[in-house]
Design a protein around this ligand. Sequence first.
Ligand code: ADP
Length: 467
Amino acid sequence: MSLSDVFNLRRTLAFRLVLWYSAIFTISTFCLFLVLYAQIVSVIDHRTDESLLEEFDELSRMLSIKGVDDLKTLLTLEAESEGTEEVFFRVFNPDGTELFSTDMTSWSTLISEPAPTFLEEQNFQFETSPVPDRQHDVRILRGVMQGNTIMEIGVSTKGNDLFLEKLRHIFGTLFAIFVVLAFLIGWFMARRALSGLEDVTRTAQHIASGAFEKRVPDKARGAEIEQLTSTFNTMLDRIHLLLKGMRDLTDAMAHDLRSPLTRIRGVAEMTLTTESSLDDYKAMAANTIEESDRLLEMINTMMDISAVEYGIDKVEREDIDLTTVIEDACGLFAPVAENKDISIQYSMPPSTIISGDRARIQRLVANLLDNALKYTPSGGRVVVRLLEAASELQVIFTDNGIGVSEEDLPHIFERFYRCDHSRTEPGTGLGLSLAKAIAHFHGGDITVTSTLQQGSTFTIHLPRSSA
Ligand code: ADP
């Protein structure tokens, strides 16, 4: 691992998490061991004092029963059996002069200390004092016995000290193991918890290098990360859809814009290369305007579809009376219908309010009405009905026109798709795509049933919630 790797590692979230986690764990464990150690020390000290006290009581009883001489013999024997360097007994007269003591060779430095101060009100007292030239301290109990005789029992703290030293060693080792384990477990957990983020980063890197189909793998990693990955994947799906839409659109545009442009160029070239009169030039200009209008309409419709489909435009929702919109459209198309000798009939409730984008709803209704009139031969009939179902509103356009074949039917909502038998009519093949996009935009849909040479029924479904 290079120096820069170490530096980078220090900046990672996983490392910082582990550091915090380990620091908190270390401090808590240290405090825990400290409290435990203090408890053990206090228990040991307490037990030492208790056993000294028990011994004192027993010797006190002994003195009252058997007298000083027997006590002296007993104390000498006891000191020898426990080791005169571990324990000593001293007995003093009430005036402080020593009556007798066990072998004090190992405690010579202690008795050279000033003579012990004797008790006043208390019957006994404890004291821990260092023994000059010896490694361990001594715990001393001084108590008043029968006839105001004073007894001093001293026990070396060596046993306790050795035990505590061992304990400190064990605690130290355990502490070190715990800290290392805490760091390793913390590192493992942090890496595991953050592995989802790494997946997201990795996927983003793949996408940045052009692999647009990559997605973050779906694994159980905890709610937050799962939410992030699912949002990230949804975002990628949407971007993918947008890119695909744009690509399809560009392909279709390139294909469909070529024909009018070729026509414009052809007419212009012919007018230029042949002997032309003013009328010819006028005809060419009129032709060019017509084809340009067609191109402009195509481009505008495509932009409209994109705006609606991908939510590029701001939604301008307002309350619209659908009944009025349909009536207005029928009125607008009445001259066209009259020209073709087609009757338009409509039946609607007096008023049906929906919330939506007025201009787009008008466009939706107009497109379907326009198609119905366009693809119905003279003498035909177009019926428009507005139905209020329980959960939705339906605007139904029924014509008895040329209809759509079974093979064409699944494709008529695709951009630039035009059925062969309808090519004699002007059109761009974008009207139904736009209509469907507008219906989707309002949370609805368009369905169609059609029979070739008999007629078609297009139904706009709009959810009641948008009403
Ligand atoms: P355009 O009408 O400009 O060709 P549309 O997207 O509106 O484009 O329609 C796509 C195709 O669906 C039309 O070319 C036509 O073949 C068919 N179509 C649409 N409406 C009807 C209808 N009412 N009757 C028969 N065919 C229709």
